[in-house]
Design a binder for this molecule. Structure first.
Ligand code: ADP
Ligand code: MG
Length: 680
């Protein structure tokens, strides 16, 4: 079995189970090995039956007394099996699992873990976990607890991992060069993978984790530095000659730029006249006016005779950019062309031809703009909007289009500067740290669902006053079909409560055109309330919208809540953000508190990082940071710094990774990050 063999090659994984595992992005043995525990349980303390504690989890060893009995509790069938040790006996009960009678063999010893419950005065344990005591049994141990999905139990995952580990044990190539492992005191790879799942000792766990965290950061850092070296250190960047054009562009905007926008534009101007290739990240809170800056940069490039392209993460956003870029550019005789996945073949051909012959100057689109078959006549600038939806790989790909165009990456994720410097090691960073004048602070309140009536009355009042509102619909599972049902039924319910409001909804299953129409109607004020599922429409701009109502707010991380809130407060009217949540967890409460207390994106993102536990399943994606499998960006900054230093040292010593001791590392980098960028 190979590392990249499909998981179905493991003996207990069939098609059905594989499908469920696929939902957690587990496809190969390697994916499985990288499915790290989110927690551990200490089962190394084994107690005699006589000392089992009520209401807490106990681990004990016992023998099966006999076949057991079956019976019924209402609609449930149950299987009751007695077990014993030297100190006493206890009954184990399973519901609707008749096969337990034969699964456990009379007279054999097993390790059980479960909670004692006393019902009808009998002491029993419902559905304990069990493990057969076999030859090399070394006592209870520390067991992993994994992120999982419905239908895949902890026991199954533990089994799969232990099978997978047995298959590849000792064969995982050590891709960290020996000199780096020695210098930074890092454990060997096979040891680490084994011990992160099934730690033999506490120290084993710490050593394993340190190595894997280091490895994850190190691969990312090396990739970033490699990209910088390969794509961006070209001296022959397109040089802008027509400096005046920028001032002219500015004069065409309906407002004057803020000082922060001017500062950033100045930095861009400097880059693009330097003769080198610009590679800049523009960070700015939602609504700080990043798009305006990008538009001016694009206009400037076009005035200098080149093409510019802006890439948005969703079709709706691309279409919105198309609209605003057209508004500014078409009166100046610049043709703006949209390229999206949903174009008809004929339209697409025509547009591709315009892009190839250079008659299309401003190109707007989704990632369709970087796909194969898109040839640019003379691309001068590539802008990526809402960067957090695109990974490192795409960044590399953009650099490959055209003849070293300048790149501008815009992100609304206000991550702490120190972290940004490390994570975006391949980019220079500008920050728009000021909002356009006249913005009012958004009033934010957090309530529970008992407040619905009052909230709806408030929505009604706002609509009567001519305002509009967004509602982010409650949603239980990450499942597209259910999602649609949820939105539709919620919208219906809302409509019943607010019969005088025009309510519409958008969801992920709609055709782009349909979505576009709904968004346009909303933007024009023809509808009052827009219900939507998640953040699909993250960058939309409707200044008349003054309420953002978020149901089940606990589903979102702070950064995401902040993004959503940023959709309102864009006009002159007072705006409101209402967070509805019944969640009682500490994290949820802390998030709600932070949201009501501050609107400072940087502070929010820092708190967000602090609140995140290690290995949270939905991880950092929504945060705009690279998704980490094991590292915690906030807590592991010490290791991050070491990994960065090591990556720099590595490339200084061996720029192209040609030394023999770096071969494995190079293979891994190309396999995992760099190589794939070429085939997308
Ligand atoms: P971002 O992309 O950073 O979220 P946008 O560029 O979409 O922000 O700007 C948000 C809103 O603010 C838009 O309606 C835009 O026209 C407006 N805007 C941008 N810059 C200024 C400015 N300097 N003065 C007034 N309004 C501005
Ligand atoms: Mg924007």
């Amino acid at each position: 079995m190979e590392r990249n063999s499909p998981i179905t090659e493991l003996k207990n994984i069939g098609e059905q189970r594989a499908k469920k595992l696929n939902r957690m992005n587990i496809f190969t043995i390697e994916d499985l090995l990288e499915h790290y525990p989110r927690d551990y349980k200490d089962r190394s303390r084994i107690v005699p039956i006589a000392e089992l504690q009520k209401d807490e989890e106990n681990t004990f060893i016992a023998r099966i007394k006999g076949e057991g009995t079956t019976g019924r509790h209402g609609r449930l069938t149950f299987t009751r099996i007695k077990v014993y040790d030297k100190t006493g006996e206890i009954a184990l009960v399973w519901y609707n699992q008749p096969y337990m009678k034969t699964a456990l063999k009379t007279g054999e010893a097993y390790l059980f873990t479960g909670k004692i419950q006393s019902k009808y005065k009998k002491r029993e344990i419902i559905s304990p976990e069990y493990e057969k005591i076999e030859g090399n049994f070394a006592g209870g141990r520390i067991v992993p607890v994994y992120p999982s999905v419905a239908g895949i139990s902890q026991k199954m995952l533990r089994g799969y991992l232990s099978d997978a580990l047995a298959e590849v044990q000792g064969t995982l190539p050590e891709d960290l060069p020996v000199w780096i492992r020695q210098k930074y005191h890092l454990a060997e790879r096979n040891f680490s993978v084994q011990n992160i799942h099934f730690p033999a000792t506490e120290q084993g766990f710490y050593d394993a984790r340190r190595r894997l965290v280091f490895e994850e950061f190190f691969l990312l850092q090396t990739t970033l530095l490699f990209l910088k070296q390969a794509y961006f250190c070209h001296d022959q960047g397109v040089k802008m000659e027509q400096e005046d054009a920028l001032t002219f562009g500015e004069s065409r905007l309906p407002f004057s730029l803020t000082d922060a926008q001017k500062k950033v534009l100045g930095e861009i101007q400097k880059d693009m006249t330097s003769g080198k290739v610009m590679n800049r990240l523009v960070q700015g809170d939602v609504g700080s006016g990043k798009t305006a800056v990008a538009m001016l940069a694009a206009y400037w490039v076009i005035a200098n005779g080149y093409q510019a392209v802006i890439m948005a993460p969703t079709e709706v956003l691309a279409e919105q950019h198309e609209k605003s870029f057209k508004e500014m550019m078409e009166p100046l005789g610049i043709s703006v062309v949209l390229l999206s996945g949903s174009l008809k073949a004929k339209e697409k051909r025509e547009r591709l031809a315009q892009i190839a012959d250079g008659s299309a100057k401003m190109i707007v689109g989704t990632h369709a703009v970087i796909q194969k078959g898109v040839e640019y006549a003379n691309l001068g600038l590539v802008i990526t909007d809402e960067q957090h939806r695109f990974g490192v790989r795409q960044r590399g790909m953009l650099g490959e289009k055209g003849d070293h165009p300048h790149t501008l990456v815009m992100t609304a994720t206000p991550i702490p500067r120190t972290l940004a410097l490390i994570l975006y090691g391949d980019l220079d960073i500008s920050v728009i740290d000021q909002l356009p004048p006249g913005r009012k602070k958004i009033d934010t309140i957090a309530v529970n669902s008992l407040y619905h009536e009052r909230i709806y009355a408030f929505l009604q009042k706002q609509v009567q006053a001519g305002r509009q509102a967004y509602v982010i619909c409650p949603m239980i599972e990450e499942n597209e079909k259910l999602e649609v049902e949820d939105v539709l039924s919620y919208t219906e319910k809302l409509q019943e409560s607010l019969p005088n409001c025009k309510i519409v909804c958008v969801h992920g299953k709609m055709k782009a055109q349909e979505k576009q129409q709904i968004m346009e109607d909303f933007a024009k004020g023809e509808t009052d309330i827009l219900v939507s599922t998640t953040v699909i429409e993250v960058g939309i701009n409707v200044p008349n919208a003054t309420v953002m109502l978020i149901e089940n707010a606990e589903r979102f991380g702070l950064a995401q809540l902040h993004q959503l809130r940023g959709r309102v407060g864009r006009g002159a009217e007072q705006s409101y953000c209402i967070l509805v949540s019944d969640a009682k967890t500490k994290i949820a409460k802390e998030r709600m508190r932070t949201m009501t207390k501050t609107t400072d994106g940087f502070l929010i993102s820092e708190t967000d990082l602090k609140l995140r536990g290690p290995g949270e399943f939905f991880g950092t994606r929504q945060h705009g940071l690279p998704e980490m499998k094991i590292a915690n960006l906030y807590r592991d900054t010490g290791i991050l710094k070491e990994a960065q230093a090591a990556a720099e040292e590595l490339l200084k010593r061996d720029e192209a990774l040609e030394e023999e001791c770096h071969t494995l590392l190079k293979d891994r980098l190309f396999g995992q990050f760099l190589g794939k960028s070429l085939e997308l």
